[in-house]
Design a protein around this ligand. Sequence first.
Ligand code: SF4
Length: 370
Amino acid sequence: MRAGLYIHFPFCAAKCPYCHFSSLPWDETSYRTWRQGLEREAAAPREAGYEFDTVYLGGGTPSLLGPDEVVWVRELVQAHFFLKIEEFTLEANPVASRTNFFGGWREAGVTRLSVGVQSFDEAVLRTLGRPYTAEEALRFCRTGRRAGFDALSIDLMIGIPGETPAAVERSLDTALGLEPDHVSVYILENVEGLPFEELLVRHPVDEDAVVDAYDRIRDALEAAGLRQYEISNFARLGKECRHNLKYWRYEPFIGLGPSAGSHLPGRRWCNKTCLDDWADALSRNETIREDVVELTPSLAAREALVFGLRLVEGVDLGAFTERFNVDIMALFGREINELVAEGLLVLSAGRLRIPSRNFLVSNRILAKFV
Ligand code: SF4
């Protein structure tokens, strides 16, 4: 069975004030702990019978790794997993010194460079506390574009305090000028307890402006040939992220590294989040799996529906019934009929989907199935 392999690199040069991901400041000792833990985790016994066709090196900031270290990661997983890699993504932050690595990363097998630009507007980057200038971000992506990766992806963020329509336009124009294969558009989340929370209280973001920015970006990307395929993701035909599609199509994947999630038929789990706890457990041959959930057919069907509705293609109800042996209309007929009557869902030719005009209220729609 085909599956995806995710490897979590938990380090960043510095913590961004809005970040709620599992990331730590980089230091040599912690890095050695991660390498040792990863060696042990990769070699540990696990469920067999999977052929891994996508590898995703995410973080954190995996672009802190030089080409030799990416080769090390690749050879490590090659030694312990049955790989037939069709897509190998590396997440990168646009830091000037890393442009020298592009050739080496390609030689290490990276096929897809996903750059967390967030914005090409100087003032917005300063508000976000990102450690590069708009000019550096542009140069990084331009060099990445020329380096010959199969796909260049750019992350943009909206909903940032002080971000004007002109700033959104500037970012969008610059991104389109780079002719990316893939663009992800995220809305800044206000997560309680983060340093950014106070700024968001002092400068609340106008929700209508966020809707306008999202619509404007979606229309411009579509006009430029980047088709929307998921709530936050746009790609040229054939350049969709195959690894991330596995999450939304509820297909199997295994995650390595602290806090990495895994999902195989019948079960999903998360690794211990704390780097030291994860590494200590591995050194003692103890389990690193937490939050293990046994997936009954009805729970699996429910989760697959929630993920599948994030996709523009939605879900094929016939295939769904065959796959989970669960009739989704028997399970959620009332909710689906109500949402269809409200125009929030569309049921047509056996497919259930959220029309793209409703993507920004998808949380409200998906909450009905949780
Ligand atoms: S670079 Fe990304 S993962 Fe690292 S702290 Fe910033 S937002 Fe979080």
